[in-house]
Ligand binder design. Structure first.
Ligand code: NA7
Length: 532
């Protein structure tokens, strides 16, 4: 039996779009499925007020087409959701990708046919197609997490999750709004709601480290210069561990410099508008707890200088995890928001949320009456998009069972027992700890090269060996264990989802090392893969 498609691409976010482009270039018969009504993935779904990217758009954008990067104009340094969504639509049209994608269709079941070496792909719209390969461009932060609070359904007011925000304008004026969550989404939406709502109550379980983005309209001179040297900037990003430019990198410890010099360096890094850059102002921030604490205290002092009420300021000071071991945030006036009379901060670490009531929310200390509840409660990160589908591999193996103790994988790209299935930004890849458009392009190119090789050499099945997978798991764990990352209860380790196995899910050896590892494997005759 010959499959209908050479490949199905799941997801039309930025990597899914590029995967469609690239595989079509290779002359493949392809089909894309996308749950949203349009392309953009993260930037389609997260349309809450204040949503914007925290890496400069001249970097956080496609590099595969020179005309595209020269012609596209980003209005601000850090693009708003609507501009990123417009860009995704532009790319879909410009490269004629839309016709390859079936929108408003969610892939809900994948089954590998061992006799025919192909995937059966089923959707919630009742489609059933076959494809030799499946590319899961399903995103790292796609499966939304709404905690199972008692009484959640009983709430009489409006409620929204930030990543399922309606397309229609949501009215905050005159309302008592509660926001649960103070991660990236929380710190972006909170200042926006505060400007309009009658009253805003912020329910904070964990204070986070956030830096000012100082977002501003694109400077035409800067844009010209950047575009003139785009190739060099892209090369720099490709050789950077987080795939970002420009960056500050100093090969010295926090303790190698005197206090004055350290303060100067940190202030300079603080102004650099990037958590990645701030952390890398010294070389031991993520490996030495004492060094980390110096930077953490620097940030806490910024918070104390900004927030007028000392008790509120102290509550906003992160003390539960080392700086950088949860995503460092960028904000536009987050801390200043707590100087407003209509904003209240509630500590739900000390007094946890007990239940949602028809009238609002009750903690162990108090009941809060609310007209609207906003869940900025994040995602079942890295694995949720795949484990929410039913994925059946060889011998009837279910991916959920396979990943019950952690997301075993090889190179963050493939999973033993699930042949011909490739992940982009999967667990075990640099994923969310690097700039995801550039790393996504690279992973898609790598996958494309493999598919071409398989086709040109008459193979129709590729799979990771169990040994290679186990070794990759040990390698990624060893890299993480040499850092402070595993100490934090972050979504990088699945700590935000009750019952999720605690495994550090990101490859943090850096993007250049990651590329080298993936390329070495190929150069060594597809080490760790079985081809047939
Ligand atoms: P995050 O970063 O996972 O933030 C979710 C927030 O919701 C975080 O403050 C959580 O507190 C809070 N949360 C989650 N569950 C609960 C419960 N049960 N009670 C109280 N508070 C809760 O998601 P975001 O959408 O903000 O950002 C995701 C990523 O997008 C971001 O890191 C960037 O990479 C882009 P916790 O910290 O778990 O105590």
């Amino acid at each position: 039996m010959s499959p209908e498609y050479d490949a199905v691409v799941i997801g039309a976010g930025f990597t899914g779009l590029y995967a469609l482009y690239r595989l079509r270039e290779l002359g493949m018969r392809i089909k894309g499925y996308e749950a949203g009504e349009g392309p953009g993935g993260t930037w389609y779904w997260n349309r809450y007020p204040g949503a914007q990217v925290d890496i400069e758009s001249l970097t956080y954008s496609y590099s595969f087409d020179e005309d595209l990067q020269q012609e596209w104009h980003w209005p601000e340094d850090f693009s708003k959701q609507k501009d990123l969504e417009a860009y995704a639509n532009h790319v879909a049209d410009r490269f004629d990708l839309r016709k390859l994608i079936q929108f408003e269709t969610r892939v809900d079941r994948l089954r590998f046919d061992e006799d025919e070496d192909l995937w059966h792909v089923h959707t919630d719209a009742g489609d059933h197609v076959t494809a030799r390969y499946v590319i899961a461009a399903t995103g790292s932060l796609n499966a939304t997490n709404i905690p199972e609070f008692k009484g959640r359904e009983s709430f009489a007011g409006e409620s929204y999750h930030t990543a399922q925000w309606p397309k229609e304008r949501v009215e905050f004026a005159g309302k008592r709004v509660g926001v649960i969550g103070t991660g990236s989404s929380g710190v972006q939406i909170i200042p926006e709601i505060a400007k309009e709502a009658a009253h805003l109550t912020v329910f904070q379980r964990t204070a986070n480290f956030s830096m000012p983005s100082r977002n501003r309209p694109m400077d035409p001179e800067f844009e010209r210069e950047y575009k003139k040297n785009y190739r060099a900037y892209r090369e720099k990003a490709a050789s950077d561990r987080s795939a970002v430019v420009p960056h500050i990198e100093r090969d010295r410890s926090v303790f190698d410099v005197g206090e004055e010099e350290r303060e100067r360096i940190l202030n300079e890094a603080w102004a650099a508008r990037s958590g990645f850059r701030f952390i890398r102002s010294f070389n031991d921030v993520l490996t030495d707890a004492a060094a980390n604490e110096v930077l953490a205290e620097f940030v806490r002092n910024k918070i104390r200088q900004t927030v007028r009420d000392p008790e509120v300021a102290e509550l906003l000071c992160p003390k539960t995890h080392p700086l950088g071991t949860k995503r460092p945030l960028l904000d536009d006036g987050y801390y200043e928001t707590f100087n407003r009379d209509n904003v209240e901060l509630v500590d739900v670490r000390t007094n946890p949320i007990v239940e949602i009531t028809p009238a609002g929310l009750r903690t162990t200390a108090h009941e809060y009456e609310l007209d609207m509840l906003v869940y900025a409660t994040g995602f079942d990160a890295m694995t949720g998009a795949l484990t929410r589908m039913t994925v059946t591999g060889v011998g009837g193996g279910d991916l959920r069972d396979k990943w019950a103790h952690g997301p075993a994988n090889y190179l963050g790209l493939v999973i033993a027992g699930f042949p011909n299935l490739f992940m982009v930004h999967g667990p075990g890849s640099p994923s969310v700890l690097a700039q995801m458009i550039t790393t996504g392009e690279w992973q898609v190119d790598w996958i494309g090269d493999r598919l071409k090789y398989l086709r040109d050499n008459g193979y129709r099945r590729i799979e990771a060996t169990a040994d290679a997978e186990a070794a990759w798991g040990q390698e990624t764990k060893a890299i993480a264990d040499a850092t402070l990352f595993p100490r934090a209860d972050s979504w990088y380790v699945g700590a935000n989802i009750p019952g999720k196995p605690r495994v550090f899910m990101v490859y943090i050896g850096g993007f250049p090392a990651y590329k080298q590892r993936c390329d070495e494997v190929v150069a060594e005759g597809y080490r760790g893969f079985a081809l047939s």
